[in-house]
Write a protein that binds this ligand. Structure first.
Ligand SMILES: [Fe+2]
Length: 311
């Protein structure tokens, strides 16, 4: 098609898309092209702004490596990850759900750990945390034999993959639910952390005078054949940033029941220590693992990730 006016460009691209044999590809990409072209029309995108947008996309790739995924971070920072999660869980966003963001820090092959054991694998400061998690189906029946990956940042605000001073797989573990659908483990209370701002996500946050903090949380990923893989997080209620997570992940349902204890418990458990209990509901469906956003540890020194303060 020879282009006569700006409107013809959209028509031409959409008509080429009609060739695609996959109907879902056709549907998704046609809507994408329509919205993308209309977006440029609505804001009257300038040539300089278009070049800046292309630069952003290139920078997302340049700032991604085996220990960091800038594209996932940008999707979260735009609220797009949270939207996709809610549109696909909890009766398409209509009811409460245990589903939440995967985030950029899940690694496959966390060490299999027995129930009740610790996921602290190298010296890690911070208050002790005991976790009990229960997994059942929508009818309330316990789910036995589910594989549950857990991972969290250290109380200093770093995942082990970001932090060469932590041992490999520190604060990560894989548990198997027992006949009561239960797992338990010992850890340390997670801390909130700043997301990296040395790439395009940092530029985007600074342009809005936004901070770069996630409230403290513990991640879960639960896999069992016959059930939809549940990806979840439990947030710490007294965190300063609980109301305005930079990744928009906090839902009321997933603010965890972290309880502070000031009494003595054992010689190696100094008060205050914390407990956390949560019951997860897992929907029937197809068990599928996501592609791990990262595959290894950062090298060299522990990074200094600055905190942006909100304006
Ligand atoms: Fe996280």
């Amino acid at each position: 098609m020879i282009i006569g006016s700006e409107k013809d460009v959209t028509k031409a691209v959409l008509s080429e898309l009609e060739r695609a044999p996959d109907p879902r590809f056709r549907e998704v990409m046609s809507a994408f092209v329509r919205h993308l072209h209309d977006f440029a029309r609505e804001v009257k995108l300038t040539e300089e702004e278009f070049q800046a947008a292309v630069g952003y996309i290139v920078a997302l790739g340049r700032h991604t490596n085996e220990a960091h995924n800038e594209a996932v971070l940008m999707a979260g920072t735009l609220g797009f990850s949270a939207l996709i999660c809610l549109l696909n869980n909890g009766d398409r966003g209509q009811t409460e759900t245990d589903a939440n963001l995967l985030g950029p820090f899940w690694r496959a092959d966390a060490p299999l750990t027995r129930n009740g054991a610790s996921i602290v694998r190298s010296p890690t400061p911070g208050p002790v945390l005991f976790v009990d998690a229960f997994f059942h189906d929508a009818a309330g029946a316990p789910i036995e034999g589910a594989e549950v990956d857990v991972w969290q940042s250290s109380p200093e605000g770093f995942y082990e993959n970001q932090d060469p001073t932590q041992s490999d797989m520190n604060l990560r573990g894989k548990f198997i639910t027992d006949a009561n659908g239960h797992i338990s483990f010992r850890s340390v209370k997670p801390a909130g952390y700043p997301i990296p701002i040395d790439g395009p996500v940092g530029d985007f946050l600074r342009a809005q005078r936004r901070h770069n903090m996630r409230p403290a949380h513990l991640h879960f990923l639960t896999y069992k054949t016959g059930f939809k893989t549940l990806i979840s997080q439990l947030y710490v209620p007294d965190d300063r940033y609980i109301e305005n997570d930079v990744q928009f992940g906090v839902t009321r349902h997933l603010i965890g029941n972290y309880v502070r204890h000031d009494e003595e418990r054992a010689p190696d458990v100094k008060p205050p220590w914390y407990s956390l209990e949560h019951s997860f509901v897992i929907e029937k469906g197809v068990a599928r693992l996501p592609k791990p956003p990262i595959s290894g540890k950062a090298r060299g020194e522990r990074p200094a990730i600055p905190h942006l303060e909100p304006a």
